[in-house]
Design a protein around this ligand. Structure first.
Ligand code: NAD
Length: 486
């Protein structure tokens, strides 16, 4: 059985209070190991270690030296690929075929992606006329913010954590990471990699635990944390913002979504089915960018629905190591209960269950796991809770529409604004509709196609701020202006 300890100042540290909690495998509910919960003392020690690291060798390194170390980290994750893959699949239950293409390689790549942005981003400069005719020169200068708290979720644990840790460290900060209580393994393993690669002690710290009255709340309340970057539910984001208000600390928030997919009759229907299948069902529907509301132009509604049902029926549920399987369990029993409560609610609200809607029979060995059926509904009213609230499970509602104007209104009729996917072969329409989406990301004829140089983040209740490329640079550094009188 494994033990997951906190990683503080380059060392693995047990919980001082002796408090531990179980980490379970959602495939069959078996025990993976025990996690050491960080109390106030461990969290404070981690923040202090990070603060001290900023004054040590890390704070004095050149950008090139830091980048070279981070490149080593990326390479070492790839060398220990199988261990990271195994850890991620045990924690989440997701198919190895998915984690080996997305979670681990992209998690590693995040340590390399920002070096070019850093190296090539120009600084701002302005000449100012002065009454004595000699002028002044203004030069922009970026410095690290200091100690960054990274609070991350369980759906893509390594990828979403390194998406923040990579640029934060590239910019010269030190971090304290609070991974989700559901998925402590890869953040812990990364501690070993940091030591192996010679990242100075205190630059990367991990504290395990929960949110309220636990590591998450202790971390965000610590006044020596200079900025907080968070990915998770909108409700949690609201609580963290209140903590960040103390001491006026900066925040970056990547929160929930209830994303629309819009399928016009002039689309390439097979492309639209393939993309919508991925966006609704990959990672068992546990992707913030996932499509839970699908709007299909009436002339192709029946055909599209029939094709989606055919494809859902082909999804192969199975253990991570089953090479044929492309659909795993949900992350936990608790999340299974939440998703099933929405499955029941959809029926109460008048949905027609087109396919799925329940719990699959996985056989005696796996029936204790967090399995649910991939599900498609039709027939819900626009104001149904299932249309308004994020389920974060393998499900979508498909509804017909008659005009571009109508569907733009329906797609935007939500508190969220993370992303939208538009399927059409008419490029004028694609641009026109994309411009009107109230969302931070819009895909046309694709989904989840990411260029790491571009901005990532949500509008409305899906988040605050943008990360990615130069936007990460802006969040993870403090811009100062140096004015030199000539
Ligand atoms: P969550 O909000 O429950 O938890 C996220 C993290 O916050 C966890 O580490 C948790 O322990 C911590 N936390 C909880 N309460 C806290 C508190 N009071 N103080 C400090 N930390 C606290 O989210 P989750 O269930 O882990 O993840 C699923 C959610 O994340 C979904 O809503 C999904 O849409 C969202 N998400 C968004 C993005 C994005 O980029 N916008 C990406 C992935 C997931």
């Amino acid at each position: 059985m494994s033990e997951f300890k906190n990683f503080i100042n380059g060392e693995f540290v047990a919980s001082a209070s002796g408090k531990t909690f179980a980490n379970r495998n959602p495939v069959d509910d078996s025990l993976i190991g025990m996690v050491h919960e960080a109390g106030q003392a461990e969290v404070d020690a981690a923040v202090q270690a990070a603060k001290d690291a900023m004054q040590g060798p890390w704070g004095k390194m050149t950008q090139a030296e830091r980048i070279s170390l981070l490149n080593k980290v990326a390479d070492r994750i790839n060398e220990r690929f199988e261990e990271f893959l195994d850890a991620e699949c045990k924690d989440t239950g997701k198919p190895r075929s998915i984690a080996s293409h997305i979670d681990i390689p992209r998690g590693a790549a995040n340590f390399k992606a920002f070096s070019e942005t850093l190296a090539n981003h120009p600084t701002e400069g302005f000449m100012l006329d002065t009454p004595d005719g000699k002028g002044a020169m203004n030069v922009g200068h970026r410095v690290p913010k200091g100690v960054i708290a990274v609070i991350s979720p369980w759906n893509l644990p390594l990828l979403l954590m390194t998406w923040k840790v990579g640029p934060a460290l590239a910019c010269g900060n030190a971090v304290v990471v609070k991974p989700s209580e559901e998925t402590p393994a890869t953040a812990t393993l990364l501690g070993e990699v940091m030591n192996e690669c010679g990242i100075p002690a205190g630059v990367y710290n991990v504290v395990h635990g929960f949110g309220p009255d636990s590591a998450g709340a202790f971390l965000t309340a610590n006044k020596d944390v200079d900025a907080i970057t968070f990915t998770g539910e909108t409700r949690t984001g609201e609580i963290i913002m209140q903590s960040a208000a103390l001491g006026l600390r900066d925040i970056s928030m990547e929160c929930g979504g209830k994303n629309p997919g819009i399928v016009f009759a002039d689309c390439d229907i097979e492309k639209a089915v393939e993309g919508t299948m991925r966006s609704a069902f990959v990672n068992c529907g546990q992707v913030c960018l996932g499509t839970e509301r699908v709007y299909v132009e009436r002339p192709i509604f029946e055909q599209f629905l029939a094709r989606m049902k055919e494809e859902v029926a082909k999804l192969k549920l199975g253990r991570p190591e089953d090479s044929e399987a492309n659909f795993g369990p949900l992350v936990s029993q608790e999340h299974k209960e939440k998703v099933l409560s929405y499955y029941r609610l959809a029926v109460e609200e008048g949905a027609t269950v087109e396919i799925g809607g329940g719990v699959p029979d996985m056989g005696a060995e796996l029936n204790g796991g967090a399995w649910v059926e991939p599900t498609i509904w039709t027939g819900l009213a626009d104001d149904a809770r299932v249309i308004k609230e994020e389920v974060f499970g393998p499900c979508c509602h498909i509804r017909p529409f008659d005009s571009e104007e109508e569907v733009i209104h329906q797609a935007n009729d939500t508190d969220y604004g993370l992303c939208a996917a538009i399927w059409t072969e008419n490029s004028s329409r694609a641009i026109r509709v994309a411009q009107q989406m109230e969302a931070g990301l819009v895909w046309v004829n694709s989904w989840f196609l990411r260029d790491l140089r571009t901005s990532f983040g949500g509008a409305k209740q899906s988040g605050i701020g943008r990360e990615g490329g130069v936007h990460s640079l802006e969040f993870y550094t403090e811009q100062k202006n140096i004015c030199i009188k000539l």
